[in-house]
Design a binder for this molecule. Structure first.
Ligand code: FAD
Length: 346
């Protein structure tokens, strides 16, 4: 093998760690910047789509993943008020907290020889942004801003109580909330809510700024959701993130390889953000180590994610227009699920 380029990676989430592992597998020296101390909780539904174990296998972390005993999720139930559309997945999906997943990925990347720099990477001309011979991967997650008023926010907490093998998604009033199991009998409750609803429900501007949301009252707004959550007891503080801005904007002129949410953010109800982060991280790590042209890398990731982005944004429009229930009625659940996955040809 020709000697691989040195790789610098910004961000140690799923995209950054997948990039670190694949670049190491190509023999590249890797430096990984991560600002947070792991393990740490993160706002996420923690639903891992059926293709994730295969990708983890390619990255050499399948055993570490299985050792965490992720929850096995066999069914999906979409709740629209009193109506439910449910189906059994062709292959099981999995539930594992980001506390466990991100930690195991980072550990493995370090065990494979990546060097961790535990500090924020800050773009600066003084820092020599174009070091000769060093390829840079941006895996720093979402960096989005949106005008106040119509923003979307995400929230999440863990609960103890009865678990099932169903991924429940409750759609109401332009927002949605997912309820599904992760490891150790824990249930994840995670949702996306538009700012006007948050304000109208229970938030004053001051509380929004302080990220001090009373999410429980939001959960009570939908009877089916209230019933599912009633037997559960919250075990951690609500975490909030936002604003959430969807879309993919890779720039082939930019001489960096973007991966995961830094490349584009897909609506969380698809449950495919982590798989897309792992897939694009893996592609970015290989491309950077082999010094593949960025424009070529961008063409490949665009092709891989095109279908997923198209159908996710169509569904987002349907949710916003509050016609998701009618649309979902016509489309078979399995097809709906498969249309929002990244392409398999990765
Ligand atoms: C409400 C919500 C629910 C979701 N639910 C699901 C789900 O159920 N299933 C699913 O597959 N996806 C879900 N997603 C999407 C998923 O969380 C993301 O797609 C995934 O986290 C992307 O991984 P990433 O590595 O690109 O970014 P991140 O996970 O955000 O990781 C980026 C890392 O970079 C670090 N970092 C940032 N800036 C710097 C810097 N300057 N220097 C050093 N380090 C830095 C951060 O500390 C972080 O650890 C959800 C998202 C939201 C908002």
């Amino acid at each position: 093998m020709d000697s691989a380029s040195a790789v610098e990676i910004i961000g140690g989430g799923p995209a950054g760690c997948a990039a670190a592992l694949s670049a190491r597998h190509q023999g590249a020296p890797v430096r990984l910047y991560e600002t947070s101390a792991f393990p740490r909780h993160k706002v996420c539904g923690e639903f891992l789509s059926p293709e994730v174990p295969e990708i983890l296998g390619e990255l050499g972390v399948l055993r570490d993943f299985e050792a965490q005993k992720p929850a096995r999720l066999a069914k999906v139930a979409l709740h629209f008020g009193a109506r439910t559309k449910s189906w059994t997945l062709r292959e099981p999906a999995w539930g594992l907290s980001r506390y466990a997943l991100d930690e195991l990925l980072l550990r493995r990347a370090l065990a494979e020889g990546a060097a961790l720099v535990r500090e924020p990477w800050i773009k600066s001309p003084r820092r020599d942004d174009h070091k000769p011979g060093i390829r840079r991967i941006l895996g720093h997650g979402r960096k989005s801003a949106a005008p106040a008023g119509a923003r979307l926010f995400g929230f999440k907490a863990h609960f103890a109580g009865p678990v099932d093998d169903v991924v429940h998604l409750f759609f109401f009033s332009g927002c949605y909330v997912g309820v599904s199991a992760v490891e150790n009998g824990i249930t994840n409750v995670c949702g996306v809510v538009p700012e006007p609803l948050l304000r109208q429900k229970m938030l004053r501007e001051k509380m929004l700024r302080q990220k001090n949301f009373e999410i429980e009252s939001l959960l009570e707004a939908d009877p089916a959701l209230r019933e599912r959550v009633l037997p559960l007891a919250r075990t951690m503080k609500w975490l909030i993130t936002g604003p959430l801005v969807f879309g993919m904007n890779p720039d082939p002129e930019e001489q960096v390889y973007r991966a995961g949410d830094a490349l584009g953010f897909v609506d969380p109800f698809t449950g495919s953000g982590i798989s897309a982060a792992l897939v694009t991280g893996k592609m970015a790590g290989e491309a950077a180590a082999r010094s593949t042209e960025v424009s070529r890398y961008v063409r490949r990731v665009r092709a891989a994610l095109k279908r997923q982005y198209f159908f996710s944004s169509a569904l987002r429009m349907a949710i916003r227009a509050r016609i998701a229930e009618k649309c979902a009625g016509f489309i078979p659940g399995r097809l709906l699920f498969e249309l929002t996955r990244p392409a398999n040809s990765l």
